[in-house]
Design a protein around this ligand. Structure first.
Ligand code: BV8
Ligand code: ZN
Length: 259
């Protein structure tokens, strides 16, 4: 089946120097990680502020810790899906490449992606909310009991960015530089409602990137994007990677001159 990609997208896949893939929870849906806002999403049962915020943690650290312990367990038990692997295949084809993810599940790194900007942190890292000391969960430690900092006895929290918290500076700077360098910017599996992350696709487009959105549903980004590919990440990204490999290999074989 020939892929449903436009001439412009094919041309960018052939000629891009820099490709960026921006991902949200929909990227991991096919691995079995529930999204946030869709049906069956984790936030159907309560509002995000109730748990993904410092206020919630201060009010009830045990509850928030248990919620993340549950999510860590889910994320640890799943594997990267063909969408993640396709992103790794794409990374090998372009001199400039970055993954910018809002996901905290570490699945891009586990799939083998090398340049990954984790805007909202990583659930596998924890630190003391009091003194900032990193905290390594002990192997035999009961996962759902709130750990205490070995240095100061403070409550330990997951190294994720909660609402109202600023994004890690290096990750944000790297993501902005990648967006601004992109010839092709793929926004995959995100509802594009959380800021400042959701400003990156538009930033990329303003800087000259061809903006492609991959999602089974339209989002607020759809009307801004140059191309909307309706479908699942695990189905469309492998098709994209296949086309890109064919195009880039033929370019390499003919020594880089355009057909
Ligand atoms: C900050 C980590 C301030 C924790 C998360 C009013 C207007 C605008 C902005 C604001 C506002 N009020 C407050 C704000 C700012 C706020 C914000 O944007 N709120 C939104 C909700 C309105 N932002 C913040 O607070 C940020 N910090 O602004 O700081 C500041 C500034 C200066 C100085 C001091 C402070 C911090 C935001 C980070 C919050 N942390 N997560 C955790 O995970 O528990 S957000 C959370 O949402 C996740 O990171 C998630 O990734 C992110 C975005 O969600 P998505 O990834 O898009 O997931 P979602 O479920 O929504 O969508 C999934 C999509 O996938 C759907 O479209 C679906 O159709 C699609 N899909 C499903 N299956 C598939 C698929 N796609 C492809 N394939 C499939 N198979
Ligand atoms: Zn401490």
């Amino acid at each position: 089946m020939s892929p449903p990609f436009s001439e412009t997208l094919v041309q960018r896949l052939r000629e891009a120097d820099w490709v960026t893939v921006f991902t949200g929870a929909g990227m991991s849906a096919e691995s079995g990680v529930p999204t946030f806002r869709g049906e069956g999403g984790i936030w159907e049962t309560f509002r995000p502020e109730e748990l993904a915020s410092m206020k919630a943690f201060l009010r009830n650290p045990e509850l928030v810790w248990r919620w993340y312990a549950h999510r860590r367990e889910v994320m640890g038990a799943v594997s990267p899906n063909p969408g993640h692997t396709a992103v790794v295949r794409l990374e090998r084809l372009y001199p400039g490449f970055a993954v910018i993810t809002q996901n905290i599940d570490n699945l891009h790194r586990r799939a083998g992606s090398l340049t990954v900007y984790e805007l909202h942190g990583n659930i596998e890292r924890n630190y003391c909310a009091q003194c900032g000391e990193p905290y390594q969960l002990g192997a035999g430690e009961p996962a759902d009991r709130l750990p205490r900092c070995t240095a100061c006895g403070g409550a330990v929290r997951p190294d994720v960015i909660w609402f109202g918290e600023i994004l890690p500076e290096d990750e944000w700077k790297g993501a902005v530089a990648a967006a601004r360098s992109s010839d092709l910017f793929l926004s995959v599996g995100t509802s594009a409602v959380v800021y400042p992350a959701a400003s990156l696709p538009v930033m990329a487009r303003r800087a000259g990137a061809y903006l492609v959105e991959i999602n089974p549903e339209p989002t607020p980004l759809t009307e801004v994007a140059d191309e909307f590919l309706a479908g699942r990440a695990g189905e469309i990204l492998p098709l994209l990677a296949e086309v890109a490999e064919r195009l880039r290999e033929s370019t390499m074989r003919t020594g880089g001159d355009r057909e």
